[in-house]
Design a protein around this ligand. Structure first.
Ligand SMILES: Cc1cc2nc3c(=O)[nH]c(=O)nc-3n(C[C@H](O)[C@H](O)[C@H](O)COP(=O)(O)OP(=O)(O)OC[C@H]3O[C@@H](n4cnc5c(N)ncnc54)[C@H](O)[C@@H]3O)c2cc1C
Length: 620
């Protein structure tokens, strides 16, 4: 079996295939725009709202008075007092149930807390979210035994920091080659291996470790102080300078068998399920960054005058302002809706969370880039340097550096495209699977053809017309109704295009990453438009026309992106690009590299540190 097939099969086994609860986004990809699933957006009860608001207010006060984000950036370290203060507020156990010592707040307020922290210090937001969204609390909440919850959740809620360790030097997007082993020995497992890029790992008390038990991957809670655990290095990055990210080595580490999460072999499923809601934390920090960009862009564009006008009045800059503001509104709407759906628990939000992560990380990066451009030379200058020469120390270049990683970790954009596309074409695969499978026999194909014909004979006609074709539909949304009609029509068009792609390339579709990526990006825009309209309709009850203006502009911009994506589904240079990339890999164009000098430091492309002191530094 090829490496590729092995990796794909492993990912497939870890995938949840059941859809017991309704999924708005899955239906969207099938051409079935079910607005009633998300409008009105699920609401919280008054008591939860009151407690949530109180917590966010207390957090805001703490950040404002006790946290210096410039110090975190300058020293590349979050002071211990900040960690302790956050722990005292309950910020390490926001969603952990009260019976385990947490605040037991709904996901919506976890997201709002991360929007707030993300706007102020993205490194601090990364610490809180790595601990709560992928560290020990979330997998235990979903898969832990009552004993495990009683043992570990109170520690997590108190502020013992946790980290999630999947990545290894040779294992990134594709966990099939995971090399860390957990060998059963009596009442223990013995762990050996190296984990890379462990956010929080340098200061962690508890670790979730993915390791191979026989041929399968399993998940364990490991005490970071256990004998044989060594943090070999603290890594430094382009952004998020304050994060405590390391390389952790396991050498004969004994872990009690009772610390196995779920069953042996369930590790990847646990990791993926954890991320179903865990993935919402990055969109929240992205929305925080984008909202901050709105404030800076507005203040700066009013203050700066060039060519006799405020710079925000020059059309080229005005367009950027409109993009920054409309996108920030949309990102918050996506986070708000997805979080409410997560709290409601009657939805399956795995696709929404993945779309939110993909969309927010890509769009926030563009917002950060536009902010730097709007600030001109000052956008490129560090906050410290600006302040040192007597100007306001605005960290625009920092937000750009800090935001960049969101497109890479917790599922890179390329992997999110594949993961979501897999769900989008799932309906087709389940009816036409054997038809497109290269291994199917003639009989199997004949049976599949019959089944598929029956399905498509019923399904395709439903994609021809719908409520989006009726000029009066979605009237309750006022000026936004036309955008919802567009979403409805476009959802059907998206399903038709997915079907055409499926019939055209059949089993080869999984390699058509350009096509699949665009299908997914269109779905993400449609979801964002829906969330934005839903939020604006609600907000307009208190705020009048203003949210409608933002939503209208966002939808206008989004529709242009969608139209361009549709055009490029069929008219693109994908095949030509793939051919050129192959030639490039084969060395055909090395002449292009003449006349340059490579400043890289010599070393292997992939390696692991060995020896050196233990830099593990748990916070007392
Ligand atoms: C600051 C930081 C913090 C991190 N925190 C953690 C953490 O706490 N815990 C943890 O376990 N990991 C963590 N990571 C690791 C992170 O999740 C990985 O970097 C990420 O999953 C990508 O893996 P990789 O870097 O090995 O890229 P690779 O897998 O080597 O990929 C390289 C490129 O190829 C693309 N690619 C790979 N496979 C495919 C494919 N099949 N189709 C199309 N494109 C593909 C990728 O998108 C990427 O662009 C962190 C990384 C960083 C930098």
């Amino acid at each position: 079996m090829s490496e590729y097939v092995k990796a794909r099969e492993l990912a497939e086994q870890a995938r949840e295939t059941e859809w017991a609860r309704p999924s708005f986004a899955k239906q969207l990809f099938l051409g079935n725009f079910r607005l009633e699933l998300v409008h009105p957006a699920p609401a919280l009860d008054e008591a939860q709202t009151k407690r949530g608001e109180e917590f966010v207010r207390a957090l805001r006060r703490f950040l404002d008075h006790r946290v210096d984000p410039a110090l975190i950036e300058r020293t590349a370290r979050i002071p211990d007092e900040v960690v302790k203060g956050l722990a005292a507020l309950g910020a390490f156990g926001i969603t952990i149930e009260e019976e385990y010592g947490g605040l037991g707040l709904p996901h919506l307020y976890y997201s709002r807390a991360l929007i707030l922290v993300g706007s102020y210090s993205p490194a601090l937001a990364a610490m809180l979210s790595a601990h709560q969204s992928i560290g020990v609390p979330q997998p235990l909440k979903l898969f832990g035994t009552p004993e495990q919850k009683r043992e570990f959740l109170p520690r997590c809620a108190r502020g013992e920091i946790s980290a999630f360790l999947l990545t290894e030097p040779d294992v990134g997007s594709d966990p099939a080659r995971l090399a860390t082993t957990a060998t059963r020995d009596g009442d223990d497992y013995v762990l050996d291996g190296v984990k890379l890029w462990t956010t929080n790992g340098v200061v962690a008390d508890l670790l979730v470790v993915m390791a191979r038990t026989g041929g399968k991957i399993s998940a364990f809670v490991v005490d970071a102080r256990a004998e044989g655990v060594t943090v070999r290095r603290r890594n430094a990055f382009m952004g998020l300078r304050g994060i405590e990210n390391g390389v952790t080595e396991f050498s004969g580490v004994r872990v009690p068998a009772r610390n196995l999460i779920g069953r042996e072999g369930q590790g990847l499923k646990i990791a993926l399920t954890t991320l179903n809601t865990g993935r919402l934390s990055l969109p929240a920090t992205c929305a925080g960054g984008a909202k901050w960009a709105v404030k800076i862009a507005r203040e700066w564009c009013n203050a700066r005058v060039q060519w006799g006008r405020r710079v925000g009045e020059h059309e080229a800059v005005a367009r950027k302002l409109a993009f920054v503001a409309a996108t920030a509104y949309a990102l918050e709407a996506v986070v708000d809706l997805s979080s409410r759906m997560a709290d409601d628990e009657s939805y399956d939000i795995r696709i929404e969370a993945a779309l939110a992560k993909l969309f927010a990380s890509e769009m926030a990066w563009q917002v950060g880039d536009e902010l730097v451009q709007i600030r001109g030379g000052r956008g490129y200058e560090t906050a410290e340097s600006l302040a040192a020469r007597g100007e306001r120390g605005v960290p625009a270049e920092q937000i750009l550096r800090d935001l960049r990683i969101n497109r890479i970790f917790e599922g890179s954009t390329e992997i999110m495209h594949l993961l979501i596309a897999r769900e989008a074409v799932d309906a087709h695969l389940s009816v036409a699977g054997e038809l497109v499978s290269p291994d199917a026999s003639r009989q199997e194909r004949a049976r599949a053809l019959k089944r598929a014909s029956r399905f498509y004979a019923r399904w395709l006609p439903t994609l021809v017309a719908g409520t989006g074709n009726l000029p009066a539909s979605y009237g309750a949304f006022g000026p936004l109704a036309r955008h919802l009609r567009y979403v409805e029509r476009t959802s059907r068009k998206l399903a038709r295009c997915t079907f055409y792609g499926m019939s055209r390339w059949q089993a080869g579709l999984e390699h058509k990453q350009g096509f699949l990526g665009r299908i997914v990006d269109i779905g993400a825009e449609l979801f964002a438009m829906t969330a934005t309209c839903v939020r604006a309709e609600e907000d307009s009850r208190d705020l009048g026309r203003r949210p409608l203006e933002l939503a209208d502009t966002f939808c206008g911009q989004s529709r242009l992106r969608v139209d361009a994506l549709f055009a490029r589904l069929w008219d693109n240079t994908d095949s030509q690009d793939a051919r050129l990339a192959r030639y490039l890999l084969d060395g055909r164009y090395t002449f292009l590299e003449e006349g340059i000098l490579d400043p890289s430091i010599e070393g292997p492309w992939i390696g692991a540190p060995s020896g050196g002191e233990n830099v593990h530094r748990p916070i007392p």
